[in-house]
Design a protein around this ligand. Structure first.
Ligand code: CMP
Length: 138
């Protein structure tokens, strides 16, 4: 199994719930190393650029509004099999359907306000890490 890096974002809903520390603790307990991290309030064009693959989806405008509604915490995490393992730890997109004990089940509300984002492939991890942390190698 190879060491991978992946991008996660603790989203504005989770930041608003004071859940940043608890979510980071979950990442660390699961064996992820924090390679980079900062708090940032996304501007509209930054959120649109990050989610450009969803620009034709009906939820795009609401998604951008949500992601710009308050500060978020983008982070680069590292671990063996990081991409798949992080997605298992956070649970499926819809917080209402996420498995018991997952981060989205514990801290998210619905399909949009789902507490965290995580890269879903090696290719997207490369784009997403570079989008927020151009100095970090993937
Ligand atoms: P994320 O994993 O960051 O990827 C795209 C985001 O769009 C998703 O989490 C949700 O926050 C948001 N979203 C809102 N509605 C939907 C939907 N119907 N399907 C998928 N994602 C949605």
């Amino acid at each position: 199994m190879t060491i991978q890096r992946t991008l996660t974002i603790i989203k504005p809903d989770a930041v608003g719930k004071n859940a940043v520390g608890e979510i980071i603790h979950r990442f660390e307990l699961a064996g992820f190393k924090i390679v980079a991290m900062r708090m940032e309030r996304l501007k509209k064009d930054r959120a649109e650029g990050f989610y450009h693959v969803h620009s034709d989806k009906p939820f795009f405008d609401e998604l951008v509004e949500f992601m710009t509604s308050g500060p978020c915490v983008p982070m680069v995490l590292e671990k063996e099999n990081a991409i798949e393992d992080l997605r298992a730890l956070i649970g499926v997109t819809d917080s209402k359907k996420a498995a018991t004990g997952t981060i989205r089940q514990n801290f998210g509300t619905d399909i949009q306000c789902n507490a965290v984002h995580a890269s879903d492939s090696v290719e997207n991890a490369r784009f997403e890490v570079n989008y927020f942390f151009p100095d970090i190698k993937v």
